[in-house]
Write a new protein. Sequence first.
Length: 190
Amino acid sequence: MLTGILLLLLNAAASFFTVLLLTRALMRWLRISFINPLGQFILATTDWAVRPMQKVLPSRGGLDLSCWVPAWLIQVLLVLATLWLGRHFEASPFMLAGVLLIGAVELMRNLLHLVMIVVIVAAVLSWVNPRAPLAPLVNALARPFLAPLARRLPPVGGVDLSPLVVLLIVQVLLFVLTNLHLRIAAAFLA
């Protein structure tokens, strides 16, 4: 029972910091200003991981590796901690390859969860309070995912259905990644 609670807490903390790092990378890629309360919070909580990486890993074409690599490493460490606490840890190059791959899959799952949260919050804010202080930031984060579909899908009764389609696509991708995670675990960690 204590192991389960510890794994729950580790997973929550790892997911929290991973999503913050991915949000920072997404904001840099979209050239969204960090001069807002959420942007300042993201900078303050991720600088410990990003600043040292910026000295080693350059940004290229909007892709900020100094955010992506620590996010991936957090997921790799979470997989290792899960294996170690579950008493399934035996060091081998084969197992390490599986852990690195599962870390990448989990990073993509966290990115999809971030997209889901951003799309839901953007949709709710557009209905409830489109002039909320965080609305411009959330809309800017959601725009790359919603705009391509909004151009192709006509509004039905004045309602934009692109958030629903994006959420459905994200759910399908999460299903695929979950199955990929299980296949990698079965192949490399069994």
